[in-house]
Design a protein around this ligand. Structure first.
Ligand SMILES: NC(=O)c1ccc[n+]([C@@H]2O[C@H](COP(=O)([O-])OP(=O)(O)OC[C@H]3O[C@@H](n4cnc5c(N)ncnc54)[C@H](OP(=O)(O)O)[C@@H]3O)[C@@H](O)[C@H]2O)c1
Length: 511
């Protein structure tokens, strides 16, 4: 949209419009005869966005465990239940799951938090459409089933390093489980996690919704005797805050503000507000109010626009300036994001305390709006913890032939298991879902609690207890430092003790 042409508007006195003054007060229900707000609340309810609580990975949240009846998955389920999580255990055979997870002997508090979900990842149609509903994070312990090739050894404890059994893939291929299976799961998981990706749209004007737009009304300097005029216009794929600011009658601002939102938005889990705007080169203000008072303290943030360019403006709550009208109010309480009653966009001749807005031009103006969102910080918690395997990058490389890890040499014989694990990893890395990919070396049945070597570059060889891998998966849910990282792990002297695993992850490079 082209910027409106600028003309100098005479600051001389102009006729003031009583009609617009009363319309403004009536819109914001500040006239005594409008009565209380309750009649408006019912009217507004259908226009308000859905509840704004973001998903969380704190205990009491829900984790979907894939491969929950596997040797690793069952340990993950046990730890999650012990740590107060709700668990959705994705299994192929519920009777077997009841047995392996010893559901009948679980304490009632844990049993109530465990739900079995039945499906086969290789068959997209078997995946329940509500698989991700209510899920805050996924821990994937899935794997193609590799067992001793000879049927009489199938039930042998697969404790690597003690007895060597010639291995074979005995069910669906690695391609089907570890690649196509992940693809099938991501079809459900991507929209779910994108919708919960640390950004919550509060107002979406793209395309604009008439009802949402009706929450916004003009609040111009007419309330103080001025003659500026503005409003929110609906365009095809956006909304436009536009009008004419005049400095006549000692005025000089135009704004749009929402009616009080009831109940107020609780944005306490977010770091700030993000605007997607296209302006005209002027400096605008954005204001929030955390009380329902009409003329109470506003919390303001000024931002500069670049003419005719879409911009993403981030407004951290911590950088909001408390103001009463355009005067700073340092004694005001800090902004409380728990109760956000109203939002306001303004073009004003003034910054704060009488200082002039350095990028203000009286006359026509235009600020196009796509979305107003609440955003989380840049370090989201991981939402998908994937257990892959050390050696995943090696097949097909010149180093493969001399790699000391048996699985690298066995990979092709096992249906390209490492190749498909790596391709499954790539699907996760590219999914946009915050993730951690853990590549264990050979898994053992030892009791764990050992120091862990955490490495990157895929050269680590060794062994690691399933107990410790399960612990790391569950702990990683709580560490933002684990997000967007791929790491190999092995138990070893000089490794990191369990209490310091969080710090160990922090030292690793993000992908
Ligand atoms: N063994 C090692 O030394 C080693 C080393 C590094 C990495 N890893 C990897 O670590 C992960 C966990 O190992 P693990 O020993 O716990 O493996 P596991 O005992 O064989 O468990 C694999 C899990 O995947 C599930 N699964 C297989 N195909 C499925 C399908 N089509 N649909 C739904 N679920 C399916 C299995 O379900 P059921 O319970 O119904 O069979 C099982 O729960 C695997 O990815 C493995 O490759 C293993």
């Amino acid at each position: 949209m082209a910027s409106p042409s600028k003309q100098e508007h005479s600051p001389a006195s102009q006729a003031w419009d009583l009609g617009r003054f009363t319309q403004t007060l009536a819109f914001f229900e500040t006239l005594p005869f409008i009565g209380n707000l309750s009649q408006w609340q019912a009217w507004l309810a259908p226009f308000l966005p859905p509840e704004l609580q973001p998903i969380s990975n704190k205990p009491q949240s829900t984790v979907l465990v894939l491969g929950a009846t596997g040797n690793l998955g069952r340990r993950v389920v046990k730890l999650l239940l012990e740590q107060q999580y709700h668990v959705k255990a994705f299994v192929r055979n519920p009777a077997r799951a009841r047995d392996i997870l010893a559901i009948s002997t679980l304490p009632p508090g844990q049993k109530d938090r465990l739900t079995l979900v039945v499906g086969d990842v290789t068959q997209a149609e078997s995946l329940p459409t509500d698989l991700l509903t209510g899920v805050d994070a996924v821990i994937s312990c899935l794997g193609a089933i590799v067992r001793p090739v000879s049927p009489e050894n199938r039930e042998a404890n697969y404790a690597e390093g003690t007895t060597y059994y010639e291995p074979a893939v005995i069910e669906a291929t690695p391609e089907q489980v570890e690649y196509q299976g992940i693809q099938n799961l991501l079809k459900l998981a991507q929209p779910h996690f994108q919708a919960n990706s640390g950004q919550r749209i509060i107002f979406d004007f793209c395309p604009p919704n008439q009802a949402t737009a009706q929450l916004w009304g003009a609040l111009d300097d007419v309330v103080m005797g001025g003659v500026s005029q503005s409003g929110l216009r609906i365009l095809t794929t956006s909304a436009l805050f536009t009008g004419v600011v005049s400095t006549a009658n000692s005025g000089g601002f135009a704004s749009i503000r929402t009616k009080n939102i009831q109940p107020p938005f609780d944005l306490s889990c977010f770091q700030g507000i993000q605007l997607r705007v296209k302006g005209d080169g002027q400096r605008y203000k954005f204001l929030l109010r955390s009380s329902p008072a009409w003329d109470g303290v506003g919390y303001a943030f000024s931002f500069d626009t670049v003419a005719d360019q879409w911009q993403t403006i981030q407004i951290p709550f911590q950088q909001l300036t408390p103001v009463l009208r355009a005067k700073r109010n340092p004694t005001a309480p800090a902004f409380d994001p728990k109760t956000v009653y109203s939002l306001q966009l303004m073009l004003s001749k003034f910054e704060y305390d009488g200082a002039l807005n350095p990028h203000f031009q009286p006359g026509p103006f235009a600020l196009e709006l796509e979305t107003i969102s609440a955003y989380l910080d840049h370090h989201p918690l991981p939402r998908w913890i994937m257990v892959s395997s050390a050696g995943a990058t090696r097949p097909g490389t010149p180093e493969a032939a001399t790699d000391p890890r048996p699985i690298v040499r066995l990979s092709d014989q096992l249906g390209g298991i490492l190749t498909w694990k790596f391709r499954g990893e790539e699907l996760i890395r590219q999914s946009g879902i915050p993730y951690t990919i853990i590549r264990p070396t050979a898994l053992t049945e030892s009791s764990g609690q050992e120091p862990l070597i955490m490495a990157q570059g895929d050269t680590l060889a060794g062994k690691v207890s399933r107990e410790d891998v399960a612990q790391l998966c569950v702990q990683a849910l709580q560490w933002p430092s684990a997000t967007q990282k791929t790491l190999e792990i092995a138990a070893g002297d000089g490794g990191i003790v369990p209490q310091d695993w969080g710090r160990g992850l922090e030292l690793l490079k993000a992908d």
